[in-house]
Design a protein around this ligand. Structure first.
Ligand code: ADP
Ligand code: MG
Length: 246
């Protein structure tokens, strides 16, 4: 599905990415961890075309998409979630969902169906799955932070993204919200058959995801494995896990 091949990204003398390689299969969930400044967000910037790499390649479904413009990469089915939720704050939850459904219809050149509405049963199911039923008519900008993040993830799903990139999706969440979000991400990946790459710091969240972890340090991938193995790796413990309670 997605392959990052020996990608380097230098900012002057700073080697933000220094030969990063990884793969993400169809309907696969992987989590990238690593200390601050090791290049995680830069990697997402290079994958999504926000930044061209200094060298290396990004391959998507066998096609070399390295340094394509972001709008072209997004059209291939990449959905990216930033740390600050990008939802429409001034309208309701229901209206946010309607707009995402319309945007997809437009993108599929079904312009005639601009009034395109989601099937009401599907609409209600989405609200239920994402814990938003009670907030249907709430103004999105007034939702608690955790629910804003959920709404944004739902909007990505509605855009029919086939690869979802989540950069620290639990930033600013309580521990309960964090664990709920982990469940939600596992649910998305199985139910909507999407591939998900998530960057995360919170080790409770990482453990709850129960997925392969990719450990980055100084711009490269140093380990890949399940939480239980990574947690016991003395080198990683020393360099990273020791910094935060886990
Ligand atoms: P992480 O997300 O792992 O915390 P980043 O990818 O944000 O790390 O940053 C990796 C390194 O690259 C850091 O040293 C950061 O200061 C640097 N960096 C990131 N983006 C830029 C940029 N646009 N210009 C210059 N330096 C940058
Ligand atoms: Mg970052």
């Amino acid at each position: 599905m997605l392959e990052v091949r020996d990608v380097k990204k230098y900012f002057g003398g700073i080697k933000a990415l220094d030969g990063t390689s990884l793969t993400l299969g169809a309907n696969e969930l992987k989590c990238i961890i690593g200390p601050n400044g090791c290049g995680k967000s830069t990697l997402f910037n290079v994958i999504t075309g926000a930044l061209p790499p200094t060298s290396g390649q990004i391959i998507f479904k066998g096609q070399n998409i390295t340094a394509w413009p972001p709008h072209k990469i997004s059209r291939l089915g990449f959905g990216r979630k930033f740390q600050v939720p990008s939802i429409f704050n001034d309208i309701t939850v229901a209206e946010n969902i309607e707009i995402a459904a319309m945007a997809l219809a437009t993108r599929q050149r079904l312009r005639k169906t601009l009034g395109h509405k989601l099937d009401p049963a599907v609409f209600d199911k989405h609200l239920g799955d994402f814990g938003l039923t009670a907030f249907r008519n709430s103004v999105a900008g007034e939702l608690p932070h955790g629910l804003k993040q959920r709404l944004e993830i739902l909007l990505l799903i509605l855009s029919e993204a086939s690869v979802i990139l989540l950069d620290e999706p639990t930033a600013g969440m309580s521990q309960a919200e964090t664990l709920e979000t982990a469940e939600l991400i596992c649910h998305i990946q199985t139910k909507f058959m999407t591939s998900v790459l998530v960057i995360e710091h919170d080790m409770h969240f990482v453990r709850a995801l129960k997925c392969p972890l990719i450990v980055m340090m100084k711009g490269t991938v140093v380990r890949e494995g399940v939480y239980e193995t990574i947690k016991e790796d003395s080198e990683i413990k020393k360099a990273y896990l020791g910094e935060i309670a886990c």
